[in-house]
Design a protein around this ligand. Sequence first.
Ligand code: RB5
Length: 147
Amino acid sequence: METKMIIALGADHAGYEYKEKIMQYLLENDFQVMDNGTHSTDSVDYPDFVHPTAKAVSEDIANFGILVCGTGNGVAITANKYANIRAGLAWDVPLAELTRQHNNANVLCLPARYVPVEKAIAMVKAFLETPFEGGRHARRVGKMTCI
Ligand code: RB5
């Protein structure tokens, strides 16, 4: 039986609509989704949706995480508090690819207020299709953890 890759999703009110469209893309493309909310555009606090997403990835319950807020920074800063989370902020496809190739990112953070949703979905696709390059980048990633 084929096991589907599990993608954990989290967003605040600014990222809610993007999260819904990203989820639709993932479900149409044979991924399994863990939707950690939020579930409307009502104002919320982004860390409440980052923690379950980052925890699922750090505990290997999900393969990757995708987080969306207005700038992408609040979710990235919160997710990167976890020792084995490497959350990369991207605003264009090459950056989404590079955070996999060079940083072995396991969480992609997207700025809903600064990129069109079509580009956000293109970044998700690129992120999930791009492998880590290893080599010298593995040495550098190995030096990241300080706790
Ligand atoms: C919410 O207004 C906004 O602060 C949030 O989505 C995010 O951009 C924080 O970093």
